[in-house]
Design a protein around this ligand. Sequence first.
Ligand code: FES
Ligand SMILES: [Fe+2]
Length: 396
Amino acid sequence: MSASGGSVDTGTGYGRPRPTTMRELTEVGAGTPMGELLRRYWHPVGLAGDASATPRALRVLGEDLVLFRDGGGRPGLVTARCAHRGTTLYYGRVEERGIRCCYHGWLFDVAGHCLEQPCEPDGGRQRERIRQPWYPVAERYGLIFAYLGPPERKPVLPRYAALERLDEGEPVETDDHSIGGGGPVIIPCNWLQHYENLMDSLHVPILHGSFSGPQFTAQMGLMPEVTWAITDRGVKATSDRRLPDGTVHHRISEAVLPTLRVIPNPRVARYARVESIGWVLPHDDTSFRIYTVGRVRAPGELASVRSRLNGKPWEELTEAEHRRFPGDYEAQVGQGPVTLHSEENLVSSDRGVALVRRVLRQQLDALAAGHDPIGVCFDADASPIIFEAGNFLHAS
Ligand code: FES
Ligand SMILES: [Fe+2]
């Protein structure tokens, strides 16, 4: 009985415990558990063309960096803060041998060696004692990859069969745009909200099949039967949809560690193995972006499969249309900058999400025990990785 004589309300918002997040899974800075795990892998930090004679400011795993390409064509990635007195190399000038700081003209090469100190006698007699912090980079598939981890554990940059074994005339195309449903290039929420969404197979018929759509195809709007499993690369989801003609659309998606989106085309243009890979790049704890590489049959194809909602690209939608046709951006950013894990209620259809978290925790434990995490490879002759993911048609 309440003070006013009626029955006492239950389940109100009052008196809830202070919410918490799984910081060990979400934080990406150096020295944090996940930050150190992510630093054991190569990450794409730009399109090949982003490394140019114009310094480009990047934020990667909470670090401010500057990407450039010296006059010899070598890409370089250095910390933004100049080793002299700390102004940003973003305002530097790229030259034949490296990048020159705008403040006192120190010149650094792509490995951070200080080549000149023009204000010092003889160009700096002690200059070889200075090192601008730098990171190794490598170019592949039209992307610049960087390794921000311990040098002695640097793995080989992986190759992927999906991007290597090209049919005649199939170019590889890169895209640095956004999440499937559209949104700004930089998504303002924690990377894990997007990454674990890859295994959230049951949101597809709801968010994409009903609220925003059908956003992809009517077929993808059917409620699938889903099973999930941990693999030796991450987690996979298998979704079966029984089609009106009695055949079964058998769809396998993979979340590959550390941040790979191995998701077959949701428009099911043809039944085949996956033809594109996306990488989720955490900028910091509350923002990320995505790089995608795919085999295409015609130039511009990757960009052309971006969703239109209510017949428009995402950026042209009015606020009222965002509310009528919410997509991945609205749902994931809507969880907040970093979701409140203590307030979640995971159910059986969240099993894929739970497995992603479990597999990440297993790697944190492996790292703490002095082991390398799954998926890192030190064999330069290793054959390209073959994914299971794809859209397939089964007779029944
Ligand atoms: S701060 Fe860069 S050269 Fe002085
Ligand atoms: Fe989605």
